[in-house]
Design a protein around this ligand. Sequence first.
Ligand SMILES: *Cc1c(COP(=O)(O)O)cnc(C)c1O
Length: 396
Amino acid sequence: MKIRRNHGRFETRAIHAGQESDPQNGAVMTPVYLTSTFEQDAPAKPRDGYEYSRTKNPTRLSLEENIASLEGGNWGLCFASGLSATNALLDRLVPGDSVVCGNDLYGGTYRIFKKVFERYGIEFRMVDATDPTKVAAAMDGTTKYVYLETPTNPLLRLNDISHIAKIAHSGGALLIVDNTFATPYLQQPLELGADVVLHSMTKYLGGHSDVVAGALVGKDEKLFDDFAFFQNSCGGGLDPMSSFLVMRGIKTLAVRLDRHCANALKVAQYLESHDLVDRVIYPGLSSHPQHELAKRQMKGFGGMVSVELKGGVAAGEAAACATKVFTLAESLGGVESLIETPPSMTHASIPPAERHAAGLADGLVRLSVGIEHEDDLIADLAQALEAARKAVTAKV
Ligand SMILES: *Cc1c(COP(=O)(O)O)cnc(C)c1O
């Protein structure tokens, strides 16, 4: 894939890569090409390879070049959702193949692995990938992919990409990294040895909670041919309007992420000093067990903060119901701050015993820290924690 205007540093490429002014009229913003089909010059002579928008659309292509540039890849493919990208990734496997993956994956990823593709004879082996020797031990001749998230959700554990890339490659497998939480601004998995990066662009890349989208990015052209074949054969390519929205979001990725990181650190430090808090999990705190790896592997520590409250589910839910700036909702990565309680929301499908074994405390609250003023965010959390204190005291 040739990437147009692929020059300059990250912030410059975020705005320009893949995007040229329209050759017909000079429109500076990439037009939203709402067309299913394209006029041909002669039978089977499409212009620039454009025939039909499932296969290739100019607006989607601009975004695909852009995300390829930002991740340091040679190609990108954009899909109707993050999970649609995961689907294309898995379409390449055949019965008898296995995938070794982390054990605290995004819930929808767990579902497509265990409930959809396992029915087709593909095996998914979940291991605690924070210990890379466990990844090595789970691999064998059937293993085609090692699949990681880092930081993970909601416990914000880190996996060592360059170490695990070596393990994956020595066993003949590809390393796939879901880079949704970090974004290419904070973490560059391909540079660290990963073969394919997967995104839910619904989150920080879109950045405004107004679009659902996904992507695969890589370097190897043979992999591009495979995934483009499945994108065309099975559908699921991102539509032009959503492609435009994600491109618009990405233009401000760097400035948004700087603020997300700064606000998240302030919030994490505030919570760490609060008497109703048992533990704050944020890779940017020196109390995080993998803070050193975070400093090595990431340029910043992201906008997600998890916190364990004293008082269990009752405290977490009371706090989440009492916030006025933080909105009670699932998802993450938008400019607005969100709060949710994993034990009763995103991770409710995991039975309590398994949840506890995986380290998810009942009082766990997950924050997607937005880019509002830090003082407003902290004041909001302060009053919500007082509401939680009242709820817990009333119960006792
Ligand atoms: C949201 C999310 C996904 C799934 O993406 P969708 O766009 O919702 O399909 C995958 N991985 C992570 C880490 C996510 O947060």
